[in-house]
Design a protein around this ligand. Structure first.
Ligand code: HEM
Ligand SMILES: *[C@@H]1O[C@H](CO)[C@@H](O)[C@H](O)[C@H]1NC(C)=O
Ligand SMILES: *[C@@H]1O[C@H](CO)[C@@H](O)[C@H](O)[C@H]1NC(C)=O
Length: 502
């Protein structure tokens, strides 16, 4: 009898404790964060428990995507299409407000001046990435955070080789009577091959496999992404989540086998003959005994690889894709770039040093990344209170979501013709004529800015030069203009172009 009572008591205590834990993390902590933000004058759409503003976001998403699916003209005014809920909330709450993903409050920022104040209030390293995103996207990104400086990889040759084989495939397709080619798919798979080879020394087969899986995982995660921050969403969307986990494990296993192989061959032969790739640099870095820096574990190495694999290839491939859309719409710029290529490169092979000479192509890249920022948002988390001005503090732990698409399309900073394609505005100004220095952020900002920007420019220019020399192109009537967010900014139904050999 006594034993039973003791057991009951223990169970009740345990249950109460668990209930308290759940309430504390799903209710008390968020409300505390909410109060702090509200005291500092941030308001926003009223949340409901436990979904936050997720329902409203989903609703806006579906009405928006069903309403304008027959958009025949290509409009570069894409903000309300890419982030319909933010576009709507901006009308009521301005360019800085608070919204909720489940029980996690987020500070939304689309005002460069506010961003400037907040980043000058941040000392050195008090920025983090939101932990909710980290947790949620773990199968995709793992904990991979990167710092590797661009070593001098001999990559241009390999990029040319891979691109040329894609173009040969196109020529065959065209000769067999199919001038319409889905450029998005082609470019993404070629860029994937490039990064698989340059960064990891993978062969074609392995590269393909990792890509197919990453892509499937991205789609799975995207479907269930809308419940980020909702307590127990892991269990709500069990199917999706398990699927993502399974794919994640398979990718890890594959990368792991590649890392182990590479380690072995490094141990046997020292540095490989075919040049160093990113993985070698990571492994070598690991080899060198440094005082402070901790050695990366193998699973951390796998995570690093995933970050590069994903962050590197798709953003660049999509920059090329959107550029081909803009160039198809503006044949005059196709012509300008062909002339520049003739002058700078002539008929020979492209090498890495020539690429810097392709100035106009650089402007086109910058302008395309303004209108179609392939990394459409940047995230931060406050580590420590951040003072913005006299009476505003962004409290410790606040998740921050910066809307790059909105800032790049803001009339206030770019003028009336903000939605027109004007590469020449980058001629003498790295900010493209934006009235605010923090208004143009295709690669992020501050100490966490993209480390791959030079590499992406190299790849962009090589691939685009080769395409422009071999083909002229125009938009297929089959194209539907649906820029949408799947982590990166993508044309939802691909990019069919009509290609003509030159
Ligand atoms: C047009 C192409 C690209 C775009 C638009 C882009 C954009 C970005 C952005 C917006 C960030 C976040 C910066 C921030 O938080 O302030 C980022 C980070 C990063 N990017 Fe890129 N990127 C591109 C190409 C590449 C390439 C080619 C690589 C590598 C091969 C790469 C590797 C990385 C890495 C390692 C990070 C840091 C991740 C972290 O610290 O969590 N990116 N990139
Ligand atoms: C558009 O798509 C249809 C169906 O896939 C195809 O038959 C047609 O040839 C395409 N149009 C052009 C101009 O390629
Ligand atoms: C990119 O190249 C420029 C000039 O060539 C250099 O100053 C800069 O440090 C490089 N940036 C990165 C992230 O490698």
């Amino acid at each position: 009898m006594e034993n039973l009572e003791a057991l009951t008591f223990a169970l009740v205590a345990l249950f109460s404790f668990m209930l308290w834990r759940v309430l504390y993390s799903c209710w008390v902590l968020p409300i505390r964060a909410y109060r702090k933000l509200a005291i500092n004058g941030f308001n926003g759409p009223p949340p409901s428990f436990p979904l936050g503003n997720t329902i409203e976001m989903k609703k806006t998403m579906t009405t928006e995507s069903s309403s304008s699916s027959s958009s025949l003209t290509v409009s570069n005014d894409i903000h309300s299409r890419a982030f319909p809920y933010f576009a709507q909330w901006q009308k009521s709450y301005g360019k800085v407000f608070m919204y909720w993903l489940g029980t996690e409050p987020f500070l939304y920022i689309a005002d460069p001046e506010f961003l400037k104040k907040i980043s000058s209030g941040v000392m050195g390293k008090s920025w983090g990435k939101p932990t909710v995103f980290k947790k949620d996207r773990k199968p995709m990104f793992g904990d991979g955070l990167v710092m590797v400086e661009g070593d001098d990889w001999a990559m241009a040759g390999m990029m040319m080789e891979t691109t040329t084989s894609m173009l040969d495939r196109w020529t065959k397709l065209i000769n067999s009577g199919n001038p319409e080619i889905d450029i998005e798919r082609e470019i993404i798979s070629t860029a994937g091959e490039i990064i698989a080879k340059t960064s990891f020394g993978m062969d074609f087969e392995n590269g393909r496999t990792v890509f197919k899986k990453l892509r499937a995982m991205q789609e799975t995660l995207f479907k269930y992404n809308r419940y980020v921050g909702v307590p127990f969403s892991k269990y709500l969307c069990l199917g999706h989540n398990l699927e993502a986990k399974r794919l994640g494990k398979e990718i890890d296993a594959l990368l792991l086998s590649i890392i182990v192989d590479r380690k072995k061959s490094m141990a046997q032969n020292g540095c490989s003959k075919d040049g160093k790739n990113l993985l070698d640099v990571l492994l070598e870095d690991n080899h060198v005994e440094r005082q402070k820096a901790r050695k990366l574990s193998t699973s951390e190495l796998v995570d690093e690889c995933k970050t590069f694999f994903f962050g590197g290839h798709e953003t660049t491939a999509l920059a090329i894709t959107w550029s081909l859309l803009m160039l198809a719409e503006h044949p005059m710029w196709q012509h300008e770039l062909r002339e520049e290529i003739k002058q700078v490169i002539g008929d020979g092979d492209i090498d890495a040093t020539m690429v810097a000479g392709l100035k106009k192509m650089g402007w086109v890249m910058s302008e395309v990344l303004r209108l179609y920022p392939t990394a459409p948002n940047v995230q931060r988390q406050a580590r420590g209170d951040i003072r913005v001005d006299e009476d505003t503090v962004v409290p410790d732990g606040t998740n921050i979501w910066i809307d790059v698409v909105s800032m790049h399309h803001d009339q206030e900073f770019w003028g009336e013709d903000v939605n027109e394609f004007k590469p020449e505005s980058f001629k003498d100004d790295v900010h493209g004529g934006c009235k605010h220095k923090m208004g143009y952020l295709p690669f992020g900002f501050g100490g966490r800015m993209c480390v791959g920007r030079n590499l992406s420019a190299l790849e962009y220019k090589i691939v685009l030069s080769l395409i422009l020399t071999k083909f002229s192109f125009s938009l297929s009537p089959n194209y539907t203009h649906l820029p949408s967010i799947m982590l990166s900014l993508r044309p939802r139904q691909g990019l069919p172009l009509i290609m003509k050999p030159l």
